[in-house]
Design a protein around this ligand. Sequence first.
Ligand code: TRP
Ligand code: ZN
Length: 901
Amino acid sequence: MRTETPVTVYRKDYQPYPYAIPEVALAFDLDPESTEVRSTLKVERKPDAPADAPLVLDGADLELVSVQVDGQPWPAARYTLDESTLTLTGLPARAAVEIVSRCRPGANSTLMGLYVSGGNFFTQCEAEGFRRITWFADRPDVMSRYRVTLRAGADYPVLLSNGNLLATRILPDGRQEAEWEDPFPKPCYLFALVAGRLTHRETKVRTASGREVLLQVYSDPGSEDRTEWALESLVRALRWDEARFGLELDLDRFMVVAVRDFNMGAMENKGLNIFNAAYVLADPQTATDANYEGIEAVVGHEYFHNWTGNRVTCRDWFQLSLKEGLTVFRDQEFTADMMARGLEPGAAASARAVKRIDDVVTLRAAQYPEDAGPMAHPIRPESYQEIGNFYTATVYEKGAEVIRMQHTLLGEAGFRAGMDEYFRRHDGQAVTCDDFVAAMESVYQRQHPGRDLAVFRRWYRQAGTPRVAVALHHDAAARRCTITLTQRCPPVGVEKRADDGYVKAPFHIPFAIGLLDPHGRALPLRQGDGTVETALLELTEESRQWVFEDIDARPVPSLLRGFSAPVIVEYDWTDAELALLSAHDSDPFARWEAGQELATRQILALAGRHQAGQPMQAEDAFIQAWRALLTDPALDAGYRARALALPSEKTLAERMEAIDPPALAAARDYLRAELGRQLAAQWRAAFDQNQTPGEYSPAPEPAGKRALKNLALAHLMAGGVAGAQELAQAQFDQAGNMTDSLAALSALVNYGQDQAPAQALQAFYTRWQDDPLVIDKWFTLQATARGTDVDRVRALMAHPAFTLRNPNRARALVFQFCLNNARGLHRPDGAGYAFWAEQVLALDALNPEVAARLARALDNWARFVPALRTPMQHALQRVREHAGLSRNVLEIVSKALEFAA
Ligand code: TRP
Ligand code: ZN
């Protein structure tokens, strides 16, 4: 018996809320055992709502103390209470509704609503957590002005909420009280409070218009020396949004608070952002280059939400990508601009390409499989059972690509004009994705009279990754080259069962291309009166041709430059053509792509031989292409590190007819070792030449050097090159920063001989045992190590430092193993899947949001080789039949079983 029956919510069923709630007053008596919340709502029936419209309020896990209307107890006959709603009937057109309720933050392991972490109080309300705090219209189109009173004992000296602090006082009983007011109307998902013992770092800056604002970063006492980078990142984000988008901070005070127990990365609550501590705390000894970059990006992301999300918010949760896709695009551009800062044009292009490559790697590893599997959904879903399951790579990362395509179509100035128009039209409103596109379209139509974004809008309603087949025809006599693009995108996931008669139609695809002559030189392409090196082809129907004149010899096409659209390109380059692009393409993204395609072909061929029981043998041409990249002095180190990294197993799996993780892993391992052996001298030179002595800096240049140097170390170790282990051991012993320490540890654990792996792991643990963020890295490194199997993970779960209750720790070990250690998980005896099922169920009892993310590890079970498919299916069935499963996990496993095949 299930406790939850799935209810599907449809986008088409949107109805406005019948009441406005312009003002909310909340008073909290904070106590972990039982917190009392007094909520006073000013409600006004909307003019077009029926006079008998009930006031339906959402609630979850609350205890009702009293209901009053206009100061009088409200008769029991005029309200009904069930598991999820409190419904008031017979209200006057305007009323003050006062609801007193109790909740139990100390017992709240879901980390949604009000909860306790490390003895302090925190909230998380997006998407539907506010209903765990008090009964309310928990939907983003109900916007209110909040006044908040917090009362707590002396153990909670810091009392924070959204907006401005009005007053603090000590109460007669010795407790403290603080009163906050947020001047901006907001949906309840942006409400936040924090109470406890915290330290902080702050700075004051002047905004573009000359207002002085206070920026603060709060964290656990003792961590104050690790918040400098986050605060500096916040200042950079504020400056960047002013400079690039003309958007200023609208509050006098902006706070970031770090918490150790958090379901996601961070949350953009108005004026009071709450962050997973992993995205706040950093110093050179404990944080890696990737951590520094991640902190800057997430601080930027949440800060940018203040305009894209908060000032203009979502009408309903189907519109989630309105704020997330746009804000991810903004944080990507922020990072790219920070990486290119102060560089001359060529170096700046390479630096920006590094960011673009990293983002595309993420998209392909996380979003492409999602878009090809049972959970496939458009960036604006048509339906959901649990909205918490739709904070996905599709809504975020593909959503950002859809914004980026609009940026590409309109150009930087046009996009900025479209953003200005969006704010002119919608500041202070809760709107839809269509409203955003309409603002952009108003500029596009000015630029291109007679055209519109009607076809483009299909990116919002159709799922799946389109494939674009490219045909090139060269007519030597006419000196003419014809390019034909043809797109297709069959129905995926729920689209296969669509019952509304909707038929998928072509997308509007901006497709950037260049042509190289047989020597690798860029051919000028005629466009208008002049010539360009890169042409932007706009494919808006199934198939179309473009003609390029004055081309003597058959050119080599450089396709989807800069990754101008989230599609899969189909073109049969020869290996020699790919090698030419990899060595000469002037577009740094396409150049990287050519090398990756070569590596993909090589690994898939090796995997095929492995499956057939034949010996593996790397092709010399491939090794030579890698040698050329490794030794090209024109390429900066960070770019070279990306170019030389073999494609991930996840990306490779997408290219297999039937996914065979052991064969893929064996092929990838073999090739890495072979590269290590055959290019040992070049790797060694790269290792020596890219040392970064002196004081640590997370800047792109030294970080790029470390990335290349550590890639070299891994290859030397993988190849078993003489002296490599000594290099790794020396780096591990002497490293002055976490990037180098962790890279050396990883090399030792994955490839080290004898006692070296165990000793290094022990030494690392002993040194960092009191630092949770570093111990997370220690677990992750082992969870993803080559030799780690289910038994090893179980042993690590028995370690005293392990707990499922802290999401970071659960993610570090259990998720990393299930999602990023294919070889360890996919065993024909099904032991990996049994472990997965067990952990999904254990987590579900504590935290359904987090459990549902682990549940997704088996999404694409139907695409694996038959020997693995059946045990995966059985594990999914076992989870689905479990009594008392949450809605969150139930939706994931049901869809996996129903829509995968
Ligand atoms: N809006 C948050 C962001 O910046 C996402 C988020 C944070 C979230 N915590 C959450 C979403 C908890 C759901 C549940 O992207
Ligand atoms: Zn966001």
